[in-house]
Ligand binder design. Structure first.
Ligand code: COA
Length: 388
C-alpha cells in the first residue's frame, strides 16, 4: 500500500517571467488540476512553498492570493518555508495528511521569482538567499551559498580526490539533459572545456558549476491511496523522509557527508520497503555540481567517494546505470527556490508514467527525489513508484 499517489502534475517553463506570483502559479496549478481531471472545488486543502517573496517582491500572505487566482477561494491554505526545500516539505505534509485520512485531495506546489524581474539584481538576490544561512555565525563572514557549497565540495576533493574535471562532467550531463527539456531555463549544451574555462564564482566553482537564478512554478495533485485508482495514471508515493542537520556549518564534523540527506533517504527507503539499488533514476538537488556528487553518495546511489568517478565514467547519464537529473537538474532546468521541490516530483511523475519524451529513462518504475535547503540543513527525500 502506498502512502499517497500523485494524479496530476504541471509546471511552467523555468527562466525569466514578468508575471505576478499568482499568475505564474496558475500556469502550473491549472494544468496540474486538468491533468488530474479535478475541479478546483474538489480540492480539500492547498499546501504550497515560497521562500523569498517577502524580501524579493514585498509580497507575502500568498495563500489566499494563489488560491483565489486558481478558483479555490475558501480552501484551507498552508504556506511552507524551508529555503530551497520549501515545496518538498509542503508535499511531505500533504502526503501525511492524506495518509492520516485528514484530507482526500490536496493541491501542492511552489512558486518563486528570483531573476531581476523582481527588481533585485544578482548581488541583491544573493544577499536575500543568504538569509537562509546562520544569522550570527555565517552571515557576518560574508559567506553566501556558492561559498557554502564550495566549502563542502573542497572537503570532498580533499577526502576523495574529486577533480574539477569531474565537476565539469556533471555540468555537461545536466546541460545535455536540459537541452531535451522544453521547461528548462537553459536549452543549450556545454562542454568540459567550456566549463573549465568559465569565470570563477567561488573556488572550485566556475559559472557552469552553478545553478542560475530562475522564476517559475510547479504543482502536483496528491490523493489518498484509497482514491488513487479512480484517477487516470496515478503514480505511487511510497516514502517521504525529512531530516535536518546541525548549523552553523562550522559545527559540522564532516560537511561533505550531508547527514540530513542520509537520514531522510533511510526514512524514505524504509517506508517504501526498498533500497537505493532499486532506484531506476534520481532527481537530486544540484544547486552546484559538487552538490550532485555529494547527493549521489548520500542517497546510496554510489559508494562514498565514487560520486566524481561515476560522473566521469558516464554512470549518471540517462543511459548509465544510475541516471541522475534527467530533467537537467537545478543546473540547467533552473532553480526558482520554492518551486524546485515539486518540480522534481513533476519529473518523477512524467518519467514513471513514461511521458517524459526525448529524455525518458527506459523502463523506469522506481525513482528518488532529493531536495535540500540552506547549508544542507534541511533535506526531504521522496520515493515514487509505478502503481502496483
Ligand atoms: N549557468 C550557466 N550560465 C549562466 C548561469 C549559470 N548558472 N548564470 C548565468 N549564466 C549565463 C547567462 O545566460 C548569460 O549568458 P549570455 O551572456 O550568453 O546571455 C551570462 O551567463 C551572464 O549572465 P548574468 O545573469 O549576468 O550572470 P551573473 O554573473 O549575474 O550570475 C551566477 C551568474 C553564477 C553568479 C549566478 O547565477 C549565481 O549566483 N548562481 C547561484 C545561485 C544560488 O546561489 N542559488 C542558491 C543555491 S543553494
Amino acid at each position: 500500500m502506498a502512502r499517497a499517489a500523485v494524479v496530476g502534475a504541471g509546471m511552467t517553463k523555468f527562466g525569466v517571467h514578468d508575471k505576478p506570483l499568482q499568475e505564474l502559479f496558475g500556469e502550473a496549478a491549472l494544468p496540474a488540476l486538468d491533468d488530474a481531471g479535478v475541479e478546483p472545488s474538489e480540492i480539500d486543502a492547498f499546501y504550497f512553498g515560497n521562500a523569498m517573496s517577502g524580501q524579493a517582491e514585498n509580497d507575502t500572505h500568498l495563500g489566499p492570493k494563489l488560491a483565489s487566482h486558481v478558483g479555490m477561494a475558501g480552501v484551507p491554505v498552508q504556506r511552507f518555508e524551508d529555503a530551497c526545500a520549501t515545496s518538498s516539505n509542503a508535499f511531505k505534509n500533504a502526503v501525511e495528511a492524506v495518509d492520516a485520512g485528514i484530507h482526500d485531495v490536496v493541491l501542492v506546489g511552489g512558486v518563486e521569482r528570483c531573476t531581476p524581474e523582481t527588481g533585485q539584481d544578482t548581488a541583491a538576490m544573493t544577499r536575500i538567499f543568504a538569509s537562509a544561512s546562520h544569522r550570527q555565525y555565517e552571515q557576518p563572514t560574508g559567506l553566501t551559498f556558492p561559498g557554502v557549497f564550495a566549502l563542502f565540495t573542497k572537503r570532498h576533493m580533499h577526502e576523495y580526490g574529486t577533480t574539477e574535471e569531474q565537476l565539469a562532467e556533471v555540468a555537461v550531463k545536466n546541460h545535455g539533459n536540459g537541452a531535451l527539456n522544453p521547461n528548462a531555463h537553459f536549452g543549450k549544451e556545454t562542454t568540459v572545456e567550456e566549463a573549465l574555462d568559465g569565470p570563477i564564482v567561488a573556488d572550485p566553482f566556475r559559472l557552469m558549476d552553478c545553478c542560475p537564478f530562475s522564476d517559475g512554478a510547479s504543482a502536483v495533485v496528491v490523493v489518498s491511496d484509497e482514491l488513487a485508482d479512480s484517477y487516470d495514471a496515478p503514480v505511487d508515493v511510497s516514502g517521504v523522509g525529512h531530516a535536518t542537520d546541525v548549523v552553523p556549518i562550522g559545527d559540522k564534523d564532516t560537511p561533505h557527508v550531508t547527514q540530513a540527506a542520509r537520514d531522510a533517504a533511510a526514512q524514505a527507503y524504509e517506508q517504501a520497503d526498498t533500497s537505493a539499488a532499486e532506484m531506476d533514476f534520481a532527481e537530486v538537488h544540484d544547486c552546484f555540481t559538487g552538490a550532485e556528487i555529494l547527493a549521489s553518495e548520500a542517497l546510496g546511489l554510489v559508494e562514498d567517494g565514487e560520486g566524481g568517478p561515476a560522473a566521469e565514467a558516464g554512470r549518471t547519464a540517462r543511459d548509465g546505470d544510475v541516471p541522475i537529473n534527467p530533467s537537467g537538474g537545478l543546473k540547467a532546468k533552473g532553480h526558482p527556490i520554492g518551486a524546485t521541490g515539486t518540480a522534481q516530483l513533476v519529473e518523477l511523475t512524467e518519467q514513471l508514467r513514461g511521458t517524459a519524451g526525448e529524455r525518458q529513462i527506459d523502463g523506469a518504475d522506481s525513482a528518488v527525489a532529493h531536495n535540500l535547503g540552506g547549508d544542507a540543513a534541511t533535506t526531504v527525500v521522496t520515493v515514487m513508484e509505478v502503481r502496483q
